[in-house]
Ligand binder design. Structure first.
Ligand SMILES: *[C@@H]1O[C@H](CO)[C@@H](O)[C@H](O)[C@H]1NC(C)=O
Ligand SMILES: *[C@@H]1O[C@H](CO)[C@@H](O)[C@H](O)[C@H]1NC(C)=O
Ligand SMILES: *[C@@H]1O[C@H](CO)[C@@H](O)[C@H](O)[C@H]1NC(C)=O
Length: 499
């Protein structure tokens, strides 16, 4: 599976690279000038290559807003007392808008009191990749020209503007923000898996960066590298950079899932699957609008490794934030914050994150590697038999920390059942151990104790400690299930009280 999913990565990467031999820097060109040029080019921009469409109540084409034609604003029903959200698409192979554009526009219209527009730069984006990259700057300048004109003609402040750019569109947004000129910045830019090739590790002025708007957020979903290139940019480019599932690849996008897709949707599913992880950024954003009560929280962390150990579930000092439309727009520093989270493979994407810290004591010399399952019981729901893999064998006295994510809301966690599953391998070891160690003969003692389980919930920030229900028999035994109940963190006191 690992190998086959790389095939899809390779295909996308191939699409990009096939054309980047073209090899131009995006930095120069007819519209690569300084912001001051903007005024002088204003007139020539009356007919921009980029078309601006305002979405009206119903599905369809959208109504075209024409630069320097104030009538078009009224005709299209632009409401100046509402913010403007402008969707900016990415590179296109077939010259057509992808269906997510309409989905996102419809959801924005339905769920947020905003004007929803599209910057249609298809004529500039429908090209070799390198040429399209080159054109992002021009498209960005045209967006900036429209926003300046809105300020002049309709007294519509740029601070009320939110640009949402996908892939190359994220960098178009960045160029719009950096070239608009004047004191004020655009209100917000959201980069949905900003494109990587020809942007990765360039200077902030050559790509989307936190300088481009008062608030910049980005969702990175397809940063898996292949021969030094990744479809989505890996480096942080925003104030808050979200890396769902680590950002490199997304659950549900594997090649095996492709076969299911083909069965359901025919061969069209192939391109869908290739784009799956890249486009997941869009669907996570749509999900955040569709499920206001089920917002996904992401947590500041250095990397996915630490996150997978459950070490980064803090919300102190703005260390966590909400993924998507409802992100908390605060704490902008020059430095980007990298936030991580786990998601489900399909909508609704939210999961509940928990850190489990398990303190084992192994009285036997040899490290043991048993398999455990854990069942969790809360006041709202329960989850049964979660497999627990500790990675390394249990030595004398060791605390393991791991991240457990759940699709369901347990409510308050009340009880844990911990079971030592009897694997064939272990059974053998166990028999040997019993013959070596005299206390094993009665099988009343295994020499392995799970002293305590400490739990921290990311979503509620609650900390809990669990101790064995039966303090007289602390030993774990193969195939036996042990019940752990809430106890005080200061374990000594609890022991005395329980006895
Ligand atoms: C414009 O938006 C404002 C604020 O949401 C709303 O009160 C008003 O009714 C809207 N005007 C029109 C013509 O829809
Ligand atoms: C979504 O939110 C509602 C309301 O808070 C809650 O009852 C429900 O359990 C949530 N669903 C999921 C999947 O989290
Ligand atoms: C286990 O290690 C901790 C910290 O190193 C120590 O405080 C504790 O006494 C040890 N417990 C046992 C039973 O060895």
């Amino acid at each position: 599976m690992e190998g086959s999913c790389c095939v899809s990565v390779f295909l996308v990467w191939g699409l990009f690279i096939q054309t980047s031999a073209y090899g131009q820097s995006p930095g120069t060109g007819p519209f690569g000038g300084r912001p001051q040029d903007a005024k002088t080019t204003e007139n020539s921009l009356q007919t921009t290559k980029t078309k601006f469409l305002l979405f009206e109540g119903h599905e369809g084409q959208g109504c075209q807003i024409r630069l320097n034609q104030p009538d078009s604003l009224q005709q299209c029903g632009f409401n100046t007392s509402r913010p403007l959200v402008m969707i900016i698409h990415g590179w296109t192979v077939d010259g057509a808008l992808e269906s997510w554009v309409w989905q996102l526009a419809a959801v924005l219209r339905a769920r947020a009191p905003v004007n929803v527009a599209l910057a249609d730069w298809l004529s500039l984006a429908h090209s070799h990749y390198a040429k399209a990259v080159h054109n992002t700057r021009r498209a960005g300048h045209e967006v900036a020209a429209l926003l300046r004109w809105l300020e002049e003609a309709a007294r519509f402040s740029r601070s009320n503007v939110h640009l949402i750019g996908y892939s190359l569109g994220a960098h178009v947004s960045g160029f719009a923000g950096s070239s608009i000129g004047g004191e004020d910045k655009i209100g917000r830019i959201t980069g949905l898996d900003p494109a990587g090739p020809m942007f990765e590790y360039t200077s902030p002025s050559e790509r989307l960066s936190p300088d481009d708007a008062s608030f910049v957020d980005a969702i990175h979903t397809f940063t898996r590298e292949h021969m030094g290139l990744s479809v989505g940019i890996k480096q942080p480019v925003a104030h808050y950079d979200f890396y769902p599932n680590g950002g490199s690849f997304q659950p549900g996008c594997h090649f095996l899932d492709l076969y299911k897709q083909i069965a359901n949707h025919g061969l069209n599913a192939i391109t869908q699957t290739i784009k799956c992880a890249h486009e997941r950024s869009v669907h996570l954003f749509i999900d955040s609008l569709l499920h206001p009560d089920n917002q996904s929280t992401a947590y500041l962390c250095s990397d996915m490794d630490s996150f997978s150990q459950g070490l980064c579930l803090s919300c102190k000092k703005g260390h966590c934030n909400t993924l998507g439309y409802h992100v908390r727009q605060e704490g902008q520093s020059k430095r980007s914050k990298k936030l991580f989270l786990v998601t489900r493979a399909q909508a609704p994407f939210k999961v509940f994150h928990y850190q489990f810290k398990m303190h084992f004591i192994n009285q036997i010399e040899t490290p043991v590697e048993p398999t455990f399952t854990m069942s969790l019981f809360g006041d709202k729901d329960a989850v049964h038999k979660i497999p627990i893999t500790l990675g390394t064998g249990i030595t004398r006295n060791k605390t393991y920390s791991l991240l457990i994510t759940l699709d369901v809301d347990l409510g308050e966690l009340l009880l844990i059942k911990f079971k030592w599953e009897n694997s064939a391998v272990w059974a053998n070891v166990w028999n040997t151990v019993q013959t070596i160690f005299p206390w094993g003969s009665g099988s009343s003692s295994s020499g392995l104790i799970l002293k305590s389980i400490k739990v921290k919930s990311g979503e509620t920030q609650q900390r809990m400690a669990f101790c064995s229900e039966n303090m007289d028999d602390l030993q774990l035994h193969p195939t036996q299930e042990k019940t752990f109940v809430r106890c005080e963190t200061t374990s000594k006191k609890t022991k005395e009280n329980n006895r």
